[in-house]
Design a protein around this ligand. Structure first.
Ligand code: DAH
Length: 339
């Protein structure tokens, strides 16, 4: 009997039936495992006559080698086939368009706020942020707006208690800073303010940017020079400013600042209502009473201050006609402000 060929034939049949590497491994173990056929043959050696043993042993070893070679080859082929199958199943179409994640954008109010900070930081201003909940003293009294002053009616205020309120203006920050820091001062104070006001151009919450400069010999000319720089950066290279007399309790003299219309270059259009000018902010020389309230000697120091609505600047700059668009957070609107 040719054991070698018989066993080999048996192994081939078993291997053919194996459908995957695992089944093939089990088939292999039936022959080459510790309790497989080859081991069983080896065990039969002791039943043989002494002189038959070497030849038998050789034959079994040859069989083992052939089986090992056979299984190694068939395993390699099986692995290759399995890999091909796996690759076919996990095939990636590299020509398909990728899935993109939408890139966010800065809100136009944030964007304008950052631009304003850049302009004034370039002129040496430092940012100081005051609290949103203020008391009457910082929001009104110290700003030369006593309890019976009509300006308190001008700004419809959200009172939290008799004493505390949501600040109606970032001007309150002027007092807080001057109490802490002696001149020279160059401060920029951005932040949210609150007023009981609601229409297409007014919102109960909006943002202001306050500016304050206090030093020896500061004049209204310094104010206009800095505002010209602001207008050129924010609106157009050729923008100019114009000061008109006005009234604020905390400044004397007080001015309204107009910027030449960037839409028509000053000729007159619907944006500037035919005047060539657009009102953008309030300003003035800091009232000596305000300086005194903060312990700054008005005979030694002078200063100017200004305050603007950031939403208003954003609306003018981007041609937005309803302030509500800035708080509705409709991404179709906001996406237009991508870089
Ligand atoms: N606080 C004023 C307002 O809310 C704006 C303002 C005007 C601020 C004149 C100033 C200023 O600092 O000097 O309407």
């Amino acid at each position: 009997m040719d054991i070698e060929n018989d066993v080999l034939q048996e192994a081939k049949e078993a291997a053919e039936k194996a459908e995957d590497s695992r089944a093939l491994y089990e088939a292999k173990m039936q022959f080459l495992g510790r309790s497989g056929k080859v081991t069983a043959l080896m065990k039969r050696m002791k039943d043989l006559a002494q002189e038959m043993r070497p030849a038998f042993g050789k034959q079994v070893n040859a069989l083992r080698e052939r089986l090992e070679g056979f299984f190694a080859e068939i395993e390699a082929r099986m692995k290759e086939r399995e890999m091909e199958k796996k690759l076919a199943a996990e095939r990636v179409d590299v020509t398909m368009p990728g899935r993109r994640h939408g890139k966010g954008t800065l809100h136009p109010v944030t964007r304008v706020k950052n631009e304003l900070i850049d302009v004034f930081a370039g002129m040496g201003f430092e940012v100081f942020e005051g609290p949103e909940i203020e008391n009457e003293y910082y929001n009104f009294t110290a700003l030369n707006t006593p309890a019976d002053h009509p300006a308190r009616d001008m700004q419809d205020t959200f009172y939290l208690t008799d004493e505390f309120l949501l600040r109606t203006q970032t001007s309150a920050g002027q007092i807080r800073l001057m109490e802490k820091k002696k001149p020279p001062i160059k401060m920029l104070s951005p932040g949210r303010v609150f007023r009981s006001d609601d229409d297409a151009t007014h919102s109960p919450m909006f943002h202001q940017m306050e500016g304050l400069v206090v030093d020896k010999g500061v004049t209204l000319c310094d104010l206009q020079g800095m505002l010209d720089e602001f207008a050129r950066t924010m609106f157009s290279e050729t923008s100019k400013t114009r000061l008109r007399p006005s009234y604020f309790p905390f400044t004397e003299p007080s001015v309204e600042v107009d910027v030449s219309c960037h839409a028509c270059g000053g000729k007159g259009c619907s944006l500037c209502k035919g005047t060539g000018w657009i009102e953008v902010l309030g300003a003035g020389m800091v009232n000596r009473r305000v300086l005194e309230n903060c312990g700054v000697d008005p005979d030694v120091y002078t200063g100017f201050a200004f305050g603007m609505g950031i939403e208003r600047i954003a609306m003018l700059k981007y041609g937005v006609n309803n302030i509500k668009l800035l708080t509705e957070n409709d991404v179709r609107f906001l996406e237009q402000f991508k870089d």
